[in-house]
Every structure is written in structure tokens, then in C-alpha cells.
Design a protein around this ligand. Sequence first.
Ligand SMILES: Cc1ncc(COP(=O)(O)O)c(C=O)c1O
Length: 389
Amino acid sequence: MKKHFETEAIRTQIERTQYTEHSSPLFLTSSFVFDDAEQMQASFAGENDKNIYSRFSNPNNKELVDKICVMEEAEAGIAFASGMAAVYTSFAALLKSGDHIVSARSIFGSTHSLFTNVFPKWNIETSYFSVDKPEGIEDIIQSNTKVIYAETPTNPGVDILDLAFLGAVAKKHNLILIIDNCFATPYLQQPIKYGADLVIHSATKLIDGQGRVLGGLIVGKGDLIAEIHTFYKNTGSALSPFNAWILSKSLETLAVRVDRHCENALTLALHLEKHPKIIAVKYPFLTSHPQYAIAKKQMRHGGNIVTFQLDGGLEAGQAFLNKIEICSLTANLGDSRTIVSHPATTTHSKLSPEDRLEVGITDGLVRLSIGLENIKDIIADIDQALDKI
Ligand SMILES: Cc1ncc(COP(=O)(O)O)c(C=O)c1O
């Protein structure tokens, strides 16, 4: 019987042990034992699904992956030590020297650094298309292009890309479409339904939701996941079983948490739109968002990230952060605690000022990751900080 999203998030569990526990236990073990030499030989030969060593597989990682596969409607998946381990491993496993990546220009800073500083060392180049002119994508596809890569919503600009459009282009050119679904989570958006071959998550964000552990996930087509898994087993980016246990428990509450995150974010975005000190507010479910119609088409709600522009550049952005009393100044997002950050001087400081401007990161841009506090307190904190600058 096909169950609803929330039910799957709670009821997808690994098999009970002989201790008949209700909630899944933690399998904090590096390796697993065999009944005899023949079983050990068969396991190493891949003739059964038995766990061997936690760098390859572990029951807690399996539960997390099974859950996220159900949520994303994916065939298979892998759990990684961080979101960046998932991003890096997917490309390193699937690409070879001479291959080419087509990517949206607006992507997370570390992913941009991989494309700019790491992959060129192995003769893998990247060409970029603008999120506001995605139709330009076909002009930059080359005969050696293997992958189309995008985030939607993007970090930090909360730009939206049309997943159905990307899916159609990838299919037409026989390319692997990889979507970083970190800002939306499978509760708000399921890229595979639109033609994505692989979906990546930084589980560190809304999937954990309480700022405790790092984690990453890749889910998607079985054959691609199998190829990535071979590379993964030998390169040591496995998620710790403890973190997998935390993240699997977190998924049980994803839907209720994300509903509230989004409700709070929309309330705040509507409030900020009217604030005299703010030049512009961006949130996917504001009618003023340039891709509002696409966001409405492919997302359940608008997510928990709101950005706004202050007049006065770097100085104003940093002055605002310095006046904040409740919200946290920290690098993370998707936490139960509201976070304020200044991308130009932090997450995206490695980009040149020109590259930053191209993806809409002005010096006065502030990114808010809206938490689960009472939104009236968050609005009051932001208002008092704005009053003082
Ligand atoms: C969109 C996106 N992708 C990937 C990552 C990397 O994830 P992690 O920090 O878990 O390595 C981040 C981190 O902020 C992110 O925002």
C-alpha cells in the first residue's frame, strides 16, 4: 500500500532486532561478523547484501537512504559525510578527463570552487548559464558535455530554475541532470519527477534541522548510483552511523518542521517588503520574485530562505549583523534557530566581486535562514537592528 509522505518518513525503518525495539537502534560498529569463511567469501564477492564494513554500508545509513529514496521517489541512494562529499563524489565517480559540465552560474560557493579550482586539474571544465536566461543552456552544451548541474532554489540568491525545462534539455542531449535539492527538501519539491537523474542533499541543513550534524545524500537512477557507490567504497566519504541515526530521526518530523519554517519565512518576507530601509526582498513565494510562477508550479511552499538588499553596501550589511540580538551569526542554514549571514564577506567571499554580482550577490545582500521561533520575536529582532543602522 502506497503511504503518504509523512507516514513513510516515520514508518520506513530497518528490521527490528531480537530486542524488539520500537525506535531504530544505533549500530555504532566499524565492521560486521560472519558465520563462517564461506559466508565471508560470498559477502566480499558481492553475492549477498550482508554488511561487511561501515565504510561500505551500515544499517543506520541504509535506513536514512531508504527513507530519502521513498521521499524523492528514487531507485537507490548513498549517504555521505557531508553535502560537499556528495557533490564531489558524484562528479569524481561519473566523469573522466576531457568531460565537460554545464552548470547554473548561481551555485553554492564550495561547489563553485570545485568547478573552478579542482576539476580543471583533471581536465574537466565547466561552462555556466544564467538562472535568469536558462534558454542559453543549449548554446553552451558541447560534444563532450556529460552533466547538467543546478540548484533550485539557489544559494544564496533563492533564484528558481524550471526543473521541467532542465529535464527536457537533459533528455534531448542525453546528459545526466544533477539537482542539488538542499534548499527545498523532498517535501517541497521532487526533481526526479521532472527528469533529474540524480538529486543531491546537504543533509546538514533542513534534513537535520537542528544544527547538530553534517551529512550528505545522493539518490537517483540505480545504474548511476551503483557507479558512484564503487568509487565511494574506496574513497572513504561514508556518513557516520551516529549521524545517519540522527538524520533518520530528523526526517520523521521534516514535513511539520518545513511547513512552519515556510510559514514563518513568508510572514517575514511580506513584512520586509514594506520596510523603508530595505531596497528589495527576495523569496520564491512573493509575487515580486522573478520566477514566482515557476516556484508555484514546482514547489509546495517557498522554503525558509529570504534575502534582502540594504542600501550602503558591505558596511550596511555588516552593521546590520552587528545589531542583531536573537538571530545567530553562523555559517549554517536550515536550523530551528534563525540565522543571519552576509554572503559577500563569508560563504561567497572566494568569488571575485564581478562573479558575485553576476549571481546577484551585492555587497548589501543579507541572507536569512528562518527558524522555528515565534516569528513575532524574529521580526522584532530584525526591525530593531534595521532601526539602528
Ligand atoms: C546548496 C548547498 N549545497 C551543498 C552544500 C554543502 O553541504 P555541507 O556543508 O553539508 O558539505 C551547501 C552548504 O551550505 C549548500 O547550501
